[in-house]
Ligand binder design. Structure first.
Ligand code: AMP
Ligand code: MG
Length: 393
């Protein structure tokens, strides 16, 4: 049995390269940008009027003029008009500042006076209510850096610079497989000796954070069937994630069958709780993460091993959250303990509050926690106040 440290270093040594692809803008949310995005023009691209009102020349106002004849009206989307000296243009938010004008007085500070408007303010400043051209970003400047995860904010920026097709890191194709004769579908009513299969859904949800869709499969505990179906799946995916059938039970066929199918075992069993029976291997095309079936084990292994593997494969930095253990934890076995913790921010310091639950089968407990805090092997007690890594879910 190897340590968590050895296990993760083997997993990361097996990181792959998946390259780059372009996807339609609307499909890029959640993906990682493959190149820097530059401003295609100044931001804003013209002196943008920021209030509905009247545009005029500050010099006229400063010379004492308060009543301005309305020379014209200009809305957003119209080319710039000219504001003659001594006059004003009625102007709408989003319009280009008229030529000659250099400030905008909002309607609320004016009143109608026949064909003119009277200005009711004591002073005006240059470029008042004008969002000046290039004041946010200059053409050519970097707006979004490579490797940024695309969210709603980035989508708007990409749209603004015309990226209808977005260069993103290519993601691996993933198969997610449950195993076990006791499992029924979510929409089914289990018999007394059955349970619904939940692990595939947990893993699919984990992947969906990166806009990564996995295809799901189920294998019953039949050596022959597993072998046949798995061979086909291995041929078709970059990553195969399995849950269950890797422990010491009579029906835990996976380690043997995987080896028979030419998947080289990199390790089996890690000195950790939960998730000790974790099996990891690969053939030339496919990485195989075979997690123990207990739901807490599956999730702990996925966030501790698969997620860092994915980030490394995408050439992205992966950083677990650092959190301060809130209370003393005692744990006697000589294993790394992934304890579920709730994260709380107290005055800028992040604390992990243990939610140990009833062990690896206690999936109902998962909602009380935000992640697993890694308490490294080699101690019996972990003191409150010490900082540890947390792998969130
Ligand atoms: P195994 O690793 O196959 O021995 O399974 C360990 C425990 O996890 C058993 O109690 C299984 O019933 C349960 N289990 C396995 N797969 C799933 C799954 N997909 N969803 C929920 N529970 C599971
Ligand atoms: Mg099983």
């Amino acid at each position: 049995m190897i340590s968590v440290e050895e296990a993760i270093s083997i997993v990361l040594r097996n990181a792959q390269v998946f390259g780059v692809e372009s996807v339609p803008l609307q499909e890029s949310a959640g993906r990682f940008l493959a190149e820097d995005i530059h401003a295609d023009r100044n931001f804003p691209p013209f002196h943008r009027v920021a209030m509905d009102g009247i545009a005029l020349r500050k010099s006229d106002f400063d010379a004492g003029q308060r009543i301005f004849t309305i020379h014209g009206i200009q809305g957003a989307g119209e080319p710039a008009t000219v504001c003659p000296k001594g006059k004003a243009i009625e102007i709408m938010t989003g319009a280009v500042l008229p030529e000659g004008a250099d400030c905008v007085i909002r309607y609320e500070d004016t009143e109608v006076d026949g064909n003119s408007r009277k200005v009711n303010v004591g002073s005006v400043s240059m470029h008042q209510n004008v969002h000046q051209e290039g004041s946010d970003k200059r053409a050519g400047e970097i707006l979004i850096e490579q490797n940024t995860k695309i969210g709603s904010g980035e989508i708007g920026i990409l749209a603004t610079v015309g990226k209808h097709s977005v260069p993103v890191k290519k993601m691996p194709s993933v198969a997610i497989i449950s195993t076990g004769n006791e499992l029924v579908e979510v929409h089914q009513t289990p018999l007394p000796h059955q349970i619904r299969r939940s692990n595939v859904h947990t893993l699919l949800a984990l992947l969906s954070a990166y806009n990564l869709t996995g295809n799901e499969y189920h294998l019953i505990d039949d050596r022959h069937m597993i072998r046949e179906k798995l061979q086909d799946i291995l041929n078709r995916y970059d990553v195969v994630m399995l849950s269950g059938a890797v422990s010491k039970g009579k029906y835990d066929f996976l380690p043997d069958v995987l080896e028979e199918l030419g998947v080289v075992q990199h390790f089996h069993r890690v000195a950790q709780r939960p998730g000790k029976p974790f099996w990891f291997g690969s053939n030339q095309n496919t990485m195989v993460f075979a997690f123990p079936g207990n739901p807490v084990s599956t999730l702990a292994c996925a966030v501790r091993y698969f997620t860092p593997w994915l980030f490394t494969s995408l050439d992205l930095a992966f950083k677990p959250t650092k959190a301060t253990l809130k209370i003393d934890v005692s744990f006697k076995p000589n294993l790394t303990y992934f304890i579920p913790v709730k994260l709380e921010n107290h005055d800028g310091e992040i604390y992990g509050i243990p939610q140990p639950g009833n062990g690896s089968g206690d999936l109902a407990n998962l909602t009380l926690a935000d992640g697993f805090m890694e308490l490294p092997q080699g101690a019996d007690t972990y003191p409150a106040g010490k900082v540890f890594d947390v792998y969130g879910y």
